[in-house]
Design a protein around this ligand. Structure first.
Ligand code: RAM
Length: 483
């Protein structure tokens, strides 16, 4: 379903991208067929590359054919790209094969790339000439304005984490909040929610948050259900997929946006969208007010195929409904029936608490996982003291299903903070996100497993995004809670 007014509003809020030219020197090395050379831009950038080629020898009598590979981190350069046969499209791999006919020349690549490193491999010249790369230039783009970045004086260690988080956000801020400038280069609701939080503490491009909310509200699925992601090019169109938790996060993102901006017009415009999701998702519960995971469909929570999502799904619903009550009250609406519904579903959530274990369990297998506990705490199904106790017991539960993504870790850190465990949250945040920096990255990744940094649910890291929106929240945590 299309809401033209909402899409028109989103269009009005479309940012003009800020461009910056970054030039680096080439090399004197004379390159022949089969030679490879790597250039380092020194930081993560998103933009359009041009390469200046010079020649040596006789006048070129055949085109230059070369391959370019872009890499966000060094490790990507060592990958055998042709060996990637995972379930995500190979077309995300950042490379090109290009012909240059009239040498010497400047070759300008049309496609936007996300990178720090550029590898050039000479595929073919001729026996009459060789080439040199004289210079590389990147025309970088972002809607994040560095001059509006809130300056905060931090310890050296914190500043490192904050810098990478801010860079991650910067690179993902395009004409929407993208999930990753390498992949999927789209607007996802779950990512938007966390980017918006980091944005409020850093670049404060609140108009971009509003734009993204209007985009989601402007193009919905059947009966007005929000999709989990959408495309903005060539036309705005939502994807056909939904996720129970991502749908609910629209409500939370709107509430956070309003708290930040007091933009009442947007709140009034978009409140019916929130109520619609509440109404549609109420069909996903059984007669005991417990979420029916089959009816709920896809629930994301983390990149983890073994995770049982009954408990965390129930908790995300409760979490979002607390926001809905806030929004409704703010607009002077009666919230009695929603609050009664919350009461029933909270009782059902508590029925998943296993007194003997001292932990929440999920699904028929009564699975214990980190995400179930974390989300129950975030949803305020238990108070802070009980939450602390749960998280302590959890640490000793070696069989508990763990966390795979920075997205899941974000929620763990937030749960620790909500329970008053600020110091522990700080240490865990440094351990986890700091590990990515030790792996030589300027930005934070889509997935990171400290025990196996190359682990991938995609069947190979060639398609991993190493600058990923949902990983940018150390900037939010540090700036909001520690400085
Ligand atoms: C990935 C996207 C995005 C995430 C979804 C669930 O493919 O990159 O970040 O929100 O999955």
């Amino acid at each position: 379903m299309i809401n033209k007014e909402f899409l028109a509003r989103a269009e009005e809020l479309k940012p003009v991208l800020i461009e910056e030219e970054i030039t680096i020197a080439g090399s004197d090395r004379v390159l022949e067929d089969g030679d490879e050379i790597v250039f380092d831009f020194g930081n993560h950038y998103v933009g359009y590359l041009s390469i200046d080629f010079g020649t040596q020898g006789n006048h070129p009598d055949a085109p230059l054919m070369f391959a370019v590979q872009f890499a966000e981190i060094g490790e990507e350069l060592d990958q055998d790209l042709d060996a990637y046969h995972g379930w995500i499209s190979r077309s995300w791999i950042q490379r090109e094969i290009i012909h240059a006919d009239d040498l010497p020349c400047t070759v300008k690549l049309e496609r936007r790339y996300a990178f720090r490193y550029v590898k050039i491999r000479i595929l073919s010249t001729s026996s009459n000439y060789s080439v040199i790369v004289k210079q590389l230039k990147a025309c970088t783009v972002s809607s994040a304005d560095e001059s509006s970045l809130k300056a905060v004086k931090m310890s050296e260690e914190d500043a490192k984490l904050d810098k990478a988080a801010v860079r991650t956000l910067h690179s993902c801020m395009q004409d929407v909040f993208e999930d990753g400038p390498k992949r999927d280069r789209r607007l996802w609701l779950g990512d938007l929610r966390l980017q918006a939080l980091a944005n409020y503490e850093t670049f404060r491009r609140n108009d971009l948050v509003a734009r993204c909310l209007y985009l989601f509200a402007g193009t919905t699925l059947e009966k007005g259900r929000l999709a989990n992601n959408l495309f903005v090019r060539p036309e705005v169109e939502c994807d056909y997929q939904t996720m129970f938790d991502y749908t609910l996060f629209f409500i939370d993102t709107l509430r956070d946006y309003y708290r930040e901006t007091q933009d009442r017009k947007t709140l009034e415009d978009l409140e019916p969208v929130c109520m619609k999701q509440y109404e549609l998702l109420s069909e996903c519960f059984d007669e005991n007010d417990l979420i029916d995971v089959k009816k709920a469909g896809n629930i994301f929570i983390d990149w983890n195929f073994t995770l049982d999502k009954q408990a965390s799904g129930q908790a995300v619903w409760l979490y979002a409904m607390n926001d809905l009550v806030f929004i409704e009250k703010e607009l002077g609406h009666n919230t009695l029936s929603i609050e009664a519904d919350i009461g029933r579903k909270k009782k059902a959530a508590l029925s998943l608490f296993d007194e003997r274990k001292g932990l929440f369990v999920s699904g028929e297998s009564r699975q214990v996982s980190w995400m179930s506990q974390v989300w129950m705490i975030l949803a305020k199904a238990v108070d802070a003291e009980k939450g602390r106790e749960i998280l302590e017991i959890l640490e000793k539960e070696s069989d508990a299903v763990g966390m795979n993504s920075p997205y899941a870790y974000h929620h763990y850190i937030q749960a620790l903070i909500d329970c008053g465990e600020k110091e522990k949250a700080y240490a865990k945040m440094h351990d986890y996100w700091g590990g990515m920096l030790e792996n030589g990255s300027d930005t934070f990744w889509e997935l990171y497993n400290p025990e196996d940094p190359s682990a991938s649910p995609y069947g190979g890291i060639a398609v991993h995004s190493f600058c990923h929106a949902w990983s940018c929240t150390p900037a939010y945590f540090l700036r909001k809670y520690y400085y």
